[in-house]
Design a protein around this ligand. Structure first.
Ligand code: TRP
Ligand code: SF4
Length: 337
């Protein structure tokens, strides 16, 4: 019995934070039980913005791989791989690039936005414009049914569907479509504030890392912003207007949450106490993750990545076979074997 296939990836931004865990990894860990899953580290994507200094891409990829495993992705249940080790990720973008209208790429919402925001980098490159073609290829190589992503990536999966549709209109293998349109599986991502109350994000420097030891978690919670209406201990507050309250809603037990609502609204508890309960809940979540992380050596992680990349290669090769067949490039492909 074959299970529906799922594919998703993440850029190697370095050590991951709780937002990455709750927004993606925790969900992937559940998906591996029911689906045939491929999860990868998109190190070639890092080149679209970091081509001028590539020194951090490999070490960051290793950290992300460790965080995948720490979160509970199991290499016996899913395929974990590194994009740059699977050569079809260089191959399909060239072919899909031939059929992708330039206007489609220029209209991707993140294109202009990132060029305007990332002013320290020159993003007027062919590679940066073509980023969605790279992402479409990452996906279509595995002919997945579902692509679990957050809302920020939804437009890219929509474009992937359009590229697949266009490919299928031009080319067929023995009368059949070879690139099924994948569906977005919107990841439920709870509102997770960082220490400054804004969305937890590496670029804001407000994160709690998956690797933060207990004292660091407690210290970060201590300096976390609270309901601005609670200036003095005797002022009542509202957990619905407090980032610490938001953390409780995601991580605390119903009993603790009830104590937070009662205590905050009646000024019966202080913020220091309330924050220590939130820290307790976070530490509970992080403990097994950190223990798992410590159980992997670097050599073991590399082993897992190589093994997964070989499996991904074999699956992607099947798709490329069909793609060459559909595009009637089989002769070229076979002639150099
Ligand atoms: N673009 C995604 C991000 O920035 C990472 C990514 C690359 C991806 N290729 C993908 C996600 C394919 C899902 C499917 O996070
Ligand atoms: Fe926030 Fe808790 Fe303080 Fe209320 S008691 S303002 S929820 S930290």
């Amino acid at each position: 019995m074959s299970r529906p296939r799922v594919l998703s990836g993440m850029r190697p931004t370095g050590k991951l934070h709780l937002g990455n865990y709750m927004g993606a990894l925790a969900n992937w860990v559940k998906l591996q039980e029911q689906y045939e899953c491929y999860f990868f580290i998109a190190d070639l994507h890092a080149l679209t913005t970091d081509y001028a200094d590539t020194s951090q891409i490999a070490p960051n990829s290793l950290e992300v791989a460790l965080d995948f495993l720490a979160a509970g992705l199991d290499p016996n249940r899913c395929t974990i791989f590194l994009q740059s080790l699977v050569k079809q990720h260089y191959e399909l973008p060239l072919l899909l690039g031939m059929i992708t209208p330039q206007g489609w790429l220029e209209r991707v919402p993140s294109y202009k936005e990132m060029q305007e925001n990332l002013t320290t980098k020159d993003l007027t490159t062919y590679g940066f414009l073509g980023y969605p073609v790279l992402m479409a290829s990452d996906i279509l190589l595995y002919q997945p049914k579902f692509v679990p992503v957050g809302q920020d990536q939804q437009a890219h999966v929509e474009l992937t569907r359009e590229i697949a549709r266009r490919f299928n209109q031009f080319y067929k293998a023995e009368g059949r479509e070879v690139l099924p349109e994948p569906q977005v599986l919107l990841t439920p991502s709870p509102k997770l504030p960082g220490t400054d109350g804004r969305k937890m994000s590496k670029s804001y420097g407000n994160t709690i890392q998956m690797t933060d030891p207990e004292p660091v978690v407690r210290q970060k919670l201590k300096t976390m912003v609270t309901d601005p209406a609670r200036v003095r201990r005797t002022d009542a507050g509202d957990p619905d207007k407090c980032p610490v309250g938001d953390l409780h809603k995601v991580f605390s037990t119903p009993e603790t949450l009830a104590k937070v609502y009662d205590g905050c609204r009646s000024a019966g508890i202080g913020c220091i106490e309330c924050k220590s309960w939130a820290a307790d809940a976070l530490i509970q979540i992080l403990k097994p993750i950190q223990e798992r992380r410590a159980s992997f050596t670097e050599a073991k992680v590399l082993d897992i990545l190589h093994d997964g990349s070989n499996r991904a290669f074999a699956r992607a090769a099947q798709t490329m076979e069909q793609v060459y067949d559909a595009m009637q490039l089989k002769l070229t492909n076979g002639a150099v074997e």
